[in-house]
Design a protein around this ligand. Structure first.
Ligand code: GAR
Length: 206
């Protein structure tokens, strides 16, 4: 890992194929980032196993282990802070982050629909039941809302006549992984600025 590399903490809740794409990307030193830890809100998920196989430290903060949601928010933020990230990446993390994390770090999120359509936990199912012919994926900065932060990158994926939720989600994820890796890499190498809802790559004044 280069000492200049942007430090990523990646949060997962499930299979972690987006995390795996990042783990593969950071193996190349020119990528500009390294994954310094992977956190989850549940035990036993494949995302954590992927991190361990890559030799990356992991941690778990379960909501149920804390008396209140605010206590969980604080514990999660403290755990993240211990790894001194420059950027936190939610890669299939199925929880809304609270202020302690959002106010301490820039947070990137990825979503399997073309926001602002179909936010929330069932973006693929909701797009399919609405009957859209084109959906896709969105990489955005996280804010306190549900998938409402400033959009950084989007890519479209056509809906096929015989798609079910699983098939469509798999096709979206194969596009999403590239979009996430490209976006994180550019943010790491070029920096970024946020003006209102507009995110641009490049350093302030650069
Ligand atoms: C991804 O499609 C991600 O966009 C989605 O979960 C999947 C995780 O896949 N996240 C959300 O729906 C958040 N609202 P992965 O575990 O294989 O990376």
């Amino acid at each position: 890992m280069s000492s200049q590399a942007v430090r990523l903490v990646v949060l997962v809740s499930g299979s972690g194929t987006n995390l795996q794409a990042l783990l593969d990307a950071v193996a190349d030193e020119t990528y500009g980032a390294s994954v310094v830890a992977v956190g989850a809100d549940r035990d036993g998920v494949e995302g954590l196993a992927r991190a361990r196989r890559a030799g990356v430290p992991t941690f778990v903060e379960r909501v149920a282990d804390h008396p209140t949601r605010e206590d969980w928010d604080r514990a999660l933020a403290a755990h993240i802070a211990a790894y001194r990230p420059d950027l936190v990446v939610c890669a299939g993390f199925m929880r809304i982050l609270g202020k302690p994390t959002l106010e301490a770090f820039p947070v990137l999120n990825t979503h399997p629909a073309l926001l602002p359509s179909f936010p929330g936990a069932h973006g693929v199912r909701d797009a399919l039941s609405y009957g859209v012919r084109v959906t896709g994926c969105t990489v955005m900065l996280a804010d306190a809302g549900v998938d409402t932060g400033p959009i950084i990158a989007q890519e479209a994926v056509p809906v096929l006549d015989d798609d079910d939720e699983a098939a469509l989600h798999e096709r979206i994820k194969s596009v999403e992984r590239h979009l996430l890796v490209d976006t994180v890499g550019r943010m790491a190498r070029e920096g970024w600025t946020v003006t209102g809802r507009t995110v641009r790559f490049g350093r302030p004044g650069g």
